[in-house]
Design a binder for this molecule. Structure first.
Ligand code: DGY
Length: 333
């Protein structure tokens, strides 16, 4: 029997790619940019497995283009909002993802962004680079204190809790809101208090987002949410761009209704170079690098490869985003 044919939608770290090359007939998309839609549809034709990235929309059209022999989709991300999960489940195709391994790395970035936005670090660096630093100034680049402030965590899953652990070291008062679980037993240990969203928005000095993108969380942070925040509030988003309404964000920052924001994720992604958001001094934007450490990306690649290979062998995926596919028996090997 020949090796199973798979499409890998980008060059990923060797920790994963080597495993795939060994056991599969792999078509690996070589470019820096993702395959255009037509290219994706043509490359997946006849494959048994797809290793996708969060930049690839994997929907019914792609699954149809692949054909009925498609038996696994493995996403190199913990989030699976780029995949039509219901459609994959309906077709009994297991979808793999990479939870856990990127938790600490993403929490590090969320905390770094929080500190950077609060203390105007990017603005300060630009000021120096532009040759504008003339003297120590008593009123120069005044920011907000992080130590002792109130932190509101929206989404108290793995990453939200990892941010809470860091916040304890800064003596922060920790509030959390989680749309899926009101009270979490881990909260007590972390000294975190469960509140409703409105209370969190009103009382927090820093607000950090860690929910997945769903129809319920899309534009969860809108004009009304900004109107509830303190004028000194700092918003950080390392989850998914569309959770924050970009036009409402622009208004809130431009009119100084909040102090600052820092985004690792945007809507759209990437932000066009002429986006009005990029004209604001009180906004930091980085290019979706939450999980981008050498070690973490290596672990994600390995995990994505293990999911892919398990699916090809007809085994249960070690990290499956739609375990319902196994409810009425395993997908056929
Ligand atoms: C994810 O995994 O969902 C991140 O956004 C990228 O690592």
């Amino acid at each position: 029997m020949g090796k199973p044919r798979v499409f890998v939608a980008r060059v990923i770290p060797e920790e994963g790619l080597a495993l795939i090359r060994e056991t599969c007939d792999a078509d690996i998309w070589p470019a820096e940019l993702p395959p255009a839609r037509q290219e994706l549809l043509s490359r997946v034709r006849g494959v048994e497995g797809i290793l996708s990235l969060l930049t690839d929309a994997i929907d019914a059209e792609v699954m149809d283009a692949a054909g009925p022999q498609l038996r696994v989709i493995s996403n190199l991300a913990v989030g699976v909002d780029n995949i039509d999960l219901d459609e994959a489940t309906r077709r009994k195709i297991p979808v793999g993802h990479t939870p856990g391994v990127l938790t600490e790395t993403t929490a590090d970035l969320a905390f770094a962004l929080m500190l950077a936005a609060a203390r105007r670090i990017v603005e300060g660096a630009r000021y120096v680079q532009a040759g504008r630093w003339k003297t120590w100034g008593p009123m120069l680049l005044l920011g907000q204190d992080v130590a002792g402030a109130a932190l509101g965590i929206i989404g108290f899953g793995r990453i939200g809790k990892a941010v809470a652990r860091r916040a304890r070291g800064f003596d922060m008062r920790i509030l959390y809101y989680d749309p899926y679980c009101r009270e979490d037993p881990a909260a007590q240990e972390l000294g975190a208090q469960c509140v409703d969203l409105e209370t969190l928005l009103r009382e927090s000095d820093f607000i950090t987002i860690h929910v997945p993108l769903t129809p319920q969380t899309r534009h969860m942070i809108d004009d009304r949410a900004f109107s509830l925040m303190k004028p000194t509030a700092v918003l950080v988003n390392t989850a998914r761009g569309p959770i924050v309404d970009p036009e409402a964000l622009y208004r809130a920052l431009k009119d100084h209704r909040i102090f600052a924001a820092a985004l690792d994720v945007t809507e759209p992604e990437p932000l066009p170079a002429d986006s009005p958001l990029l004209t604001l001094d009180n906004l930091i934007v980085v290019p979706h690098i939450g999980s981008a450490s050498v070690a973490t990306r290596g672990k994600m690649a390995r995990m994505a490869a293990e999911n892919l290979l398990a699916g090809l062998r007809g085994e249960r995926l070690p990290y499956c985003a739609n375990p319902q596919v196994y409810e009425a028996g395993m997908p056929s090997a």
